[in-house]
Write a protein that binds this ligand. Sequence first.
Ligand SMILES: *Cc1c(COP(=O)(O)O)cnc(C)c1O
Length: 388
Amino acid sequence: MATRQKSLKQPNMSNKIYLSSPHMGGTEQQYVNEAFDTNWIAPLGPNVTGFEEALESYLGNEKHIAALSSGTAALHLALVLLEVGSGDEVICQSMTFAASANPIVYQGATPVFVDSEPNTWNMCPEQLERAIIDRLKLGKRPKAVIAVHLYGMPFQVERIQQLCKAYDIPLIEDAAEALGSTYQGVPCGTFGDLAILSFNGNKIITTSGGGALVCPSEAHKKRTIFLATQARDQAPHYQHSSLGYNYRLSNISAGIGRGQMEVLDAHVALRQQMNSFYKMQFSGWNGVAVFTEPDEKFVSNHWLSCITIDASITGFSAERLRHAFSEENIEARPLWKPMHLQPFYKEALFYGNRVSESLFDSGLCLPSGSNLTDEDRNRIAAVIDQFR
Ligand SMILES: *Cc1c(COP(=O)(O)O)cnc(C)c1O
């Protein structure tokens, strides 16, 4: 086993404080070096297998995990496995990153967007049921539901699962932001018929770029890897009876992932501490709400800490606070802009009210990385103090 050393230098990012930047634990480079030493410079090898095993043992629940080149690729293959195709409809949470929805369009299918509910900011069960009933009435049976654990906050797992079960629609769980979060003590990434993870540079752990599909069986995992490696039939020549993709994770990237798995729990704890820091900063502040778990069933990894600001009470908007941070070289960002408000999806169907829209209008994501220092926190607090 590699010893832990702080051998990796953090990249030079001057004095900018980022929302979420890569945070190496120390052993990542050794796994990468092993890949070089053994010439496993390919989209397969011991690091890919080792990373998958580490993820499988972390999530438990008899899941089988295929490491892929991105979370987006994982979502795409989830839709392929569920045989989503041209003319099909897929229900998707509106308030999310575009990567949750885009693979629906890659498959020639049509997204139907559903609003959030105010407690978890995730898919509203009532609006989901409304959408399902309405689509069924029109003879359009949704092929899948994509629900997201936004910013690491678990969605209403029981209610969403119940609805998908009652109407017999597969649930795809987008856990790209939620590795390390739990609902009733069970890890996010294990609730869907299929689930996806992301290891992009800004996520809770990173492989520089990467993702995974969490599968219910070894057969699903094998099929995923088959599709992700160009769908080659067993033959000495190149023969294909299915459409393939080049979506497998590189053995170099997977080496970074193996090292990151060793520090995942520690980094989740640090993100949760950042959330407590913001709760303290804004405690007793009328009109500012720090986004928190609705009750003890929900445990968020607090990938990003977010606030909402009621400007009619505070006298200042989220946008003004964002500018004040920006002047101090501190990154803050509006919440995900809902898909039904995106120009690309302007024709898409939407079931909901104005919940996600008003969250978007009043919300702000704050620096949340596990690598922030006391000095960083002091700089952040100084900006917040300007508004007291
Ligand atoms: C990051 C992200 C994805 C996509 O993951 P990539 O690895 O960047 O392709 C999908 N859904 C959500 C909610 C994300 O935040």
